[in-house]
Ligand binder design. Structure first.
Ligand SMILES: *Cc1c(COP(=O)(O)O)cnc(C)c1O
Length: 356
């Protein structure tokens, strides 16, 4: 008997490995450092705004996300026509590929980078062209520009790069954009933008204003602490933004998520304080690791990368025994989110005891 057959590329879609919750340990507080979540509770006013929205869940959300677009347009000083709200910025990856790639078209990105990229590219029946990151976990932008062919429709620059940590500089991005043909869409995935503290940092909005082929992906999941509500947005010139909107799921962003995102934007001062506290913790962790002899790539997001190769699983097990769960990438390394100070202390204890 013949069975329905999914399209042939469906079998080749890699599996997304979500960060695990910690193993409960009697008498020990455990911490989840496996998903780059914000350890702080929602910002002041956000739970109230979300609760008010819950009360009208019998109604569909505003499909046009009007109030959220207005708030973002005012905050970012961009026209509403250049904004696209989506169910997390991971949805924007799918939408962009659906809008710009025919089967077999190429998508260039660094590797290792965000694990959703190969999943989304394969799901779109497009072809991944992965350009290895350098030994210190940075994008090799020259090699990425050289990897662009006639089949390339999209290039993704993940900055700061998940999971390795470093950011590209504005100068490097400018040189890269000058080298990439203007008909290729260049995604700048800025999921960790708020945590960046460096010279010559990328100014995403200035870059989008200067380049009609650039699209910024941003999210409320990380710094804003709304990972559970699924809301992110893109900023791009109107033709790209319009194409992204055309392929969105109708009513995807719930009105609870819209309300929480708007309230979070209004609480930006509190947000920036928390982000600052996390970057201070990140600097403390990085300095202590260096003092203990570790050589980790420059962390610009809310996480650090331990390139442990074959010893990755062993390290993850040692962390788990200490009550912290990390995100191991088998045979490559472990990504560990910056959490509460006590959680970071646990990580440092494991790292200091580790025989390098
Ligand atoms: C977490 C993350 C995202 C987006 O997550 P959403 O929750 O879908 O908004 C996008 N890009 C990178 C690199 C990330 O790490």
């Amino acid at each position: 008997m013949a069975h329905p057959q999914p399209r042939s590329h469906i079998d080749r879609i890699p599996t997304y490995v979500p960060g695990k919750p910690p193993t409960p340990r009697a008498g020990l507080t455990t911490y989840k450092l496996s998903s780059n979540e914000n350890p702080y509770p929602p910002l002041p006013g956000v739970v109230e705004a979300a609760e008010a929205a819950v009360a009208v869940m019998n109604r569909y959300p505003d499909m046009g996300s009007t109030a959220l677009y207005d708030a973002l347009a005012a905050r970012l000083q961009v026209p509403v026509s250049d904004l696209v709200a989506a169910t997390g910025s991971v949805a924007l990856v799918y939408q962009l590929l659906a809008a710009f790639c025919d089967p077999g078209d190429e998508v260039v990105y660094a590797w290792r980078s965000f694990e959703a990229y190969p999943i989304a590219v394969t799901a779109a029946a497009a072809t991944s062209v992965q350009v290895p990151v350098t030994a210190d976990g940075r994008h090799d932008l020259a090699a990425m520009a050289a990897a662009v062919t006639e089949r390339t429709k999209v290039v993704i620059v993940c900055t700061p790069n998940n999971p390795t940590g470093p950011s590209v500089t504005q100068s490097d991005l400018d040189a890269f954009l000058a080298a990439v043909p203007s008909h290729v869409v260049v995604v700048v995935d800025e999921a960790y933008l708020e945590f960046v503290r460096m010279d010559d940092a990328v100014d995403g909005l200035a870059t989008y204003r200067a380049h009609p082929n650039v699209v910024l992906f941003r999210t409320f999941s990380k710094a804003y602490g709304l990972a559970g509500l699924r809301v992110g947005y893109a900023v791009a010139a109107t033709p790209i933004a319009g194409a992204l909107r055309a392929v969105s799921l109708p009513f995807g962003v719930s009105h609870i998520a819209q309300a929480a995102a708007i309230a979070s934007l209004a609480a930006e001062d509190a947000l920036l304080e928390r982000v600052e506290a996390l970057t201070v913790e990140r600097a403390r962790v990085a300095a202590d690791l260096a003092a203990a002899g570790w050589d980790v790539p420059e962390p610009q997001g809310n996480f650090v990368w331990f390139a442990l190769g074959e010893r990755t699983a062993e390290f993850a097990t040692a962390c788990d025994a200490a009550g912290i769960v990390v995100r191991p990438f088998a045979g490559e390394g472990a990504r560990i989110s910056i959490g509460e100070p006590e959680a970071n202390d646990r990580l440092l204890e494991v790292a200091r005891a580790w025989h390098l």
